[in-house]
Design a protein around this ligand. Sequence first.
Ligand code: FES
Length: 309
Amino acid sequence: MADVNLTINGMAISVPAGTSILDAAAAAGVFIPTLCHDRENPGFGACRLCVVEVKGARNLPASCVTEAVGGMVVETGSPAVVEARRTILELLLANHPADCLTCEKNGDCRLQDYAYRYDVREPGFKGEKHDYPVDDTNPYISRDMNKCILCGKCVRTCAAVEGRAVLDFAYRGFNTKVAPAMDVPLAESDCVYCARCVAVCPVGALAYKNLAGRGRAWEIEKKPVTCTFCEAGCTFDLNIKTGRVVGVTAAAPGAGRPLCLKGRLGLELLYTDRPAQPQLKKDGQFVEVSWAEALGLDAVIEKIKALEK
Ligand code: FES
């Protein structure tokens, strides 16, 4: 494919035709903030945080959905661009809980990062706020739609998994919300908890329940591990805190390949600390028992003894 020559922040660069301004900037080492852009599912263009200034253009185009064209002169940090990004962040924060202190995504939240980067301390706009109940109905994923910024990454990621598309946008206008069909809790939907949606969520709307309270983002080291439960060989991340694995999470997903719950929980069982004693459910409660009892050996021995009599 032929190359196009353009200028980004005064740097002359050359990229293959069809490259977005965002990717052209990245190739030149220029950072542009994004919220809705997903390399695996590009071309959404919803959040507008990636706007840039293009000489001669009437408005500020979103760089993730605008093709780099020969002769373009692009500025990624002009006063107009910074002002636009600050306004977008203020609008997002106007309807977002300010509970960073206790949010599980503290330290791993793009909204928080960009608010810091662009010095947005206050929401800037006052108005109605959502007060959705947190969907805690399943054992694996916590959904707090009050924190959702409608970037749609979870929707597109779920749709990319063959036979899924559990999530979509529901309702309209201010009430637009990401939800399973008929807005039922996740536990009542077709969700299989592969958690690819959690892996791509840039804010605290989707979080792993098993990692709640187990460590801050900056305390956790991630190490990739290949699942061996089937031939797909998916990649997961071991989450390690002070030398101990505290959980297993879905790595940033590859297109079209699900990361199944069996793999994630199986690896968790392999790598995290397990109870020292086996447990059996008795009278509705799990109680610690001996290995012989857990494996049914006691019952077998009793039966053999009975046969000998
Ligand atoms: Fe480009 Fe959201 S990242 S519009």
